[in-house]
Design a protein around this ligand. Structure first.
Ligand SMILES: Cc1ncc(COP(=O)(O)O)c(C=O)c1O
Length: 382
């Protein structure tokens, strides 16, 4: 069994320069930004130290070992057969999505998203002047699913690209295989490309029914450009390396019309670290998942014992809890209320979609002490 990975103490974390720990004054407990507090994996540390010791700090050149490492990881973890020659890099998932959209879509053409969804799904397509079409997820309490009928209507009405968050941040759900297989055949029928943002995929908990989109069916392989990487799962967002993966020869050809610069704007540190992550850091990853599984239950217990009117569905992956706080009546922006009165920072639901203002997103990729302190501050603010 993998050894659980533990976060350091608050004092040590406050010394970090990352956005999570440097944005707020020191009396605020910061839980909005999607970074984990765990120490990174030893093989990654070692690879980075080696680079620094050699002053190997230039541009990224060819790095086939990264693509091989990812293909092996995908095969071992999910049985997903990725052709390493169908992978390229970009600076981060955001740049990858923006550049893929720029390549596939003319300004003004339609791109579909489903609210509530990770906040940059609202901003990235706009950078390249796509017209956004929102087909909200269907929702029953804490359960969410894709509205396939409405999606088909929009595909028929001219959507060219569908930006899918899978598994889904912030709602924490893995959509059913049946729904995704139907989605893939709709996309093929209407000539839509699905960009599947799978950056949280490696953090799916044990025993959950997750397969990368492209591995689900022939149609899925034909219509999909997947985005993956180490930013979330190995906590390497600052090292700037993400992966763009195609299944079909046709989409590979289209994606390869992208400027070469998109690849070499990737950081050499990110690419070396990602190689160490996918090839040598799997025990660490499983240890992190074990810790996150404990943490998501701790969140459940803290809600039940301290503020039981909060509605919460334990997520199927990663470290983001999506909390419905509407019963608490915290005004128009509950996250702002809690920051001002409780000195605890969360992401506000309004960032994810117009109908979810009464939600907050809670990052539990940290220690039990910090999670407990967050709920103490939450309670005090009420
Ligand atoms: C679904 C999803 N995609 C992309 C990102 C951002 O990735 P990057 O920092 O590599 O652009 C995040 C960050 O939280 C995310 O949750």
């Amino acid at each position: 069994m993998a050894e659980a990975v533990r976060a350091p103490e608050l004092n040590e974390l406050r010394g970090r320069k990352s956005s999570k720990w440097s944005t707020y004054p020191s009396d605020v407990l910061p839980l909005p930004v999607a970074e984990m507090d765990f120490p990174i994996a030893e093989p990654i540390k070692q690879a980075l130290h080696d680079m620094v010791n050699r002053s190997d700090t230039g541009y990224l050149g060819p790095m086939p070992e990264l693509f091989e490492a990812f293909a092996n990881f995908a095969d071992t973890r999910w049985g997903w057969k990725v052709d390493p020659t169908h992978i390229r890099t970009a600076t981060d998932a955001g740049v990858a999505v923006v550049e893929v959209i720029r390549t596939l879509l003319n300004p003004g053409e339609k791109l579909l998203v489903s609210s509530p969804v990770y906040e940059n799904f609202w901003t990235w397509p706009v950078e390249v002047k796509a017209t956004l079409i929102d087909v909200p997820l269907k929702q029953d309490g804490e359960n969410y699913w894709l509205d396939l009928d409405a999606i088909e209507r929009e595909y028929r009405a001219g959507v060219r690209v569908h930006l899918l968050c899978y598994p889904h941040n912030p709602v924490g759900v893995i959509f059913s295989k049946e729904a995704l297989i139907s989605l893939a055949s709709l996309a093929r029928k209407y000539g839509v490309v699905i960009i599947s943002d799978e950056i949280h995929g490696p953090l799916v908990y044990k025993g959950r029914d997750f397969l990368p989109f492209m591995a689900l069916s022939d149609d899925a392989r034909e219509v999909c450009v997947a985005i993956s990487g180490t930013g979330k799962a190995f906590n390497l967002a600052g090292l700037k390396c993400a992966l763009i993966i195609t299944g079909s020869a046709e989409l590979k050809k289209r994606i390869n019309t992208m400027p070469e610069a998109v690849s070499y704007r990737t950081s050499i540190f990110g690419a070396v670290a990602a190689t160490a992550a996918f090839s040598q850091s799997i025990d660490w990853l499983d240890g992190v998942i074990a810790t996150l599984e404990e943490n998501r239950v701790l969140v459940r217990n803290l809600i039940d014992s301290k503020i039981p009117v909060i509605k919460y569905r334990e997520p199927d992956f990663s470290y983001l809890a999506w909390l419905d706080v509407s019963a608490l009546d915290l005004g128009d922006d509950p996250a702002k209320y809690l920051l001002e009165r409780g000195k605890v920072a969360f992401k506000g639901g309004y960032m994810y979609g117009p109908k979810h203002r009464q939600y907050i997103r809670f990052n539990f990729g940290t220690s039990p002490e910090i999670i407990t302190e967050a709920f103490d501050r939450f309670l005090k603010a009420l």
